[in-house]
Design a binder for this molecule. Sequence first.
Ligand SMILES: [Zn+2]
Length: 407
Amino acid sequence: MTVLLYNEDAYLLDFTANVLDCTPTKHQGKDAYDIVLDQTAFFPEQGGQDCDSGVIRVLQIPNDGNSVNPAGDDAPSNILHVSIKSDIIHHICDRPLPSDAVVKGLINREQRFDRMQQHSGEHLVSGTVHRYFGADNVGFHLSAREVTLDFNTTFEEKDIAFIEDIVNRAIYENFETHIFFPSPEELKDLNYRSKKEIAGQIRIVEFPGYDMCACCAPHVKRTGEIGSVRIVAAEHFKGGTRMWIECGARSLRSARAQLNDVRAISRITSAKISEIVPAVEKLSESLKDARFKLVKFERDSILALVDDIKAEKNPIIWIDSCDQDNLRMGVNTLVSGTDGFCSAFCGNDDDGYRFIIASSGNDCRELINKMKASFEIRGGGSADMVQGTIKATRTEIAVFYTETGIE
Ligand SMILES: [Zn+2]
């Protein structure tokens, strides 16, 4: 089994090890190498957390005349993925390493610390939910993009603020994390989360007074290092709740981006930051008002057009832009005065047209089928009315109508 250096020291970011095995393999369809070391500080993907990244460099190749560096140079082997199977850690790398070589592993420091902040923050949130709401964390995912926690209960908005306050208080108290490996006898008396899920040697991560949980991942030494925890979203999920959290530098980055958005809205609305909500509400109301006036204007325009052509046998409305209800109203008004084809085309030659065609005396489906033979058309309907979109110019449509005998 591989000695897991991260179990004892989460801050160990470079280490030396011996290469036990290097086997060609594939990773995401490309050539790669499955490297096994006698010990490692690389955390594998497990328990909902993505694996560490970094590089492995050759320090020394045994001078036995047999061992050669298969890569042929001193370039490091990049970690593509790390997994654990039957207590063996497999480092999937882009370049081979000589068997029996002494190597140095270097872990991506920023990524590791970010994950320590997120994972420790997750324990504080899950422990607080367990303690105050009696609910369990039933799903956890930690990647570069997001941290999600699934709980088998639902929360009110005030509960979310309450949990955030408790968790951040634990951060201000800046106490030490207690990580230990209890004996089976000691374990029986411990009241910790994830009690049933993990077999074998149990590693307990305790945030005294806030949480105790079986966990294999690297954690911060003191809670102050988490920086802060924000619960940025909570949604109903499978009868419970999915919660998104951001901790430490990740929380700061996202708060900064959100503040920049708020400043931009403040500039656009010419309102102070403290007054952007009523300013946006006012803007939304005036938009609704403008939309209402536009629809009324379009209705009047359509009615004027209808008035001009209502005496024709097969009248056609041409208009640049119009609400669909108004367009339909125009066609229906025309249908009441003729048994010919009453058509409305809304749009322009570059983008194409939306159309509605209705008739009380002809089968509109026959007409649209003929049109489909000549043009790119989406749509359909009944004998009384068809509607859809057409890619054609006004001239092309007019020529088609003439050739079809609709004038
Ligand atoms: Zn954990």
